[in-house]
Design a protein. Structure first.
Length: 366
């Protein structure tokens, strides 16, 4: 399976639940890198070996700058993109190997240009609020940008993930009202209410000091991020960021719709529509529930040979032994299914909207 990506963008879980996910997944891993999903490279020790096969390959690897492997348990969202960062794909790019807490071939950033190139967002701005996540150690940082050096063209609401028991995170403590430079990778799915931004190596959130110089917090790795310790960067970060125009080229992020107008529009946009009931439902985080499929019927699918998943992660509490119509989309790799939109992707089959979906999506006989 695609590590966690098949099921969630790097939300780590306890060992028992992880094994349940692995045992019921029908997805075959096609990647050999240690995944990392949320913040670009990480996941609990208990999952380390399994994760190596995927996740952030699940997570992004989302886009995978997450190069941290599972060294600590936490429930923090992680990126999940399967693509290698641009710098990592560069010939002769220096990488770190042999560290149990790093994804295989984790890049070493000896230039700010490479750091910018591998980031989806490069921003300067202010933390305007810190939102607690019930029952979790990590937080959402509300970040208001006053300078956008690099970002996708779409203007969507995002949150920066910070805190929790994250491997290798720096020791900076974000404060409301303070200004920071942020280098982050981004990922998005229907489970989280926002696009999620994850600092590279969980370390690239730098406080702005006097005269706009940067303070490099304790815990930032001189092995992985030597470029950020250079005087040229700490004294004039803006100049260092803008030095290489090619690195500033924006990347497209696969976005998730909030909702669609009606059942027909959901059906038109879905890559797969299921009629399904569940034998087990388990809450994983405040945003995600893991559901074990009991009975399933594929009502429609864009891929003729597609198989219905045996486990699904949804963003609301569902009941067992109850039939639902669920609209799914394929991820950017075309291999894993997740909810089509943040709202309206799940219908009760017995209600009018569910009956309408059955008429629209189920192949007509004769």
């Amino acid at each position: 399976m695609k590590k966690y990506k098949d099921y969630m963008d790097n939300v780590s879980v306890d060992e028992t639940l992880h094994e349940k996910i692995m045992n019921h997944s029908t997805q075959n891993s096609t990647r050999q890198h240690i995944l990392t999903n949320n913040f670009r490279k990480y996941i609990p020790v208990a999952v380390c070996a399994a994760m190596i096969l995927i996740l952030i390959t699940i997570i992004y690897p989302l886009k995978n700058i997450n190069n941290l492997a599972p060294c600590e348990k936490d429930h923090t969202p992680r990126a999940t993109n399967h693509d290698l960062p641009a710098a990592q794909a560069t010939v002769n790019k220096e990488v770190v190997t042999g560290d149990a807490c790093l994804r295989e071939d984790a890049p070493v950033y000896r230039s700010i240009s490479d750091l910018v190139k591998d980031s989806d967002y490069v921003l300067r701005g202010q933390v305007t609020a810190i939102e607690e996540v019930p029952g979790e150690a990590w937080q959402w940082l509300v970040f208001k940008s006053d300078q956008v050096f690099k970002a996708p063209a779409d203007k969507v609401e995002f949150r920066v993930v910070w805190g929790g028991n994250i491997s290798m995170a720096s020791e900076v403590t974000p404060a409301v009202g303070e200004y920071y430079y942020l280098f982050a990778e981004a990922f998005e799915n229907a489970f989280y209410p926002y696009r999620v931004l994850v600092p590279i190596y969980n370390q690239t959130l730098f406080p702005v000091g006097k005269s706009e110089s940067l303070m490099i917090p304790a815990g930032v790795s001189e092995v992985l991020l030597p470029a950020v310790f250079a005087k040229e960067f700490t004294v004039d970060p803006e100049k260092a960021i803008l030095a290489d125009a090619s690195a500033l080229q924006a990347k497209a992020i696969q976005s998730v719709a909030k909702s669609y107008e009606d059942v027909q529009e959901y059906a038109d946009h879905a890559d797969m529509v299921l009629k399904v009931s569940f034998s087990d439902v388990e809450k994983m985080t405040p945003y995600a529930w893991l559901n074990e499929v009991a009975l399933v019927e594929i009502l429609s699918s864009r891929k003729a040979s597609a198989k219905a998943p045996t486990m699904l992660i949804v963003n609301e509490a569902l009941k067992t032994n109850t039939e639902y119509i669920i609209f799914l989309r394929l991820d950017e790799d075309g291999e894993n299914y997740s909810l089509l939109a943040r709202e309206g992707s799940i219908l009760l089959a017995a209600e009018s909207a569910g009956q309408e979906a059955l008429k629209i999506c189920r192949p007509q006989e004769g």
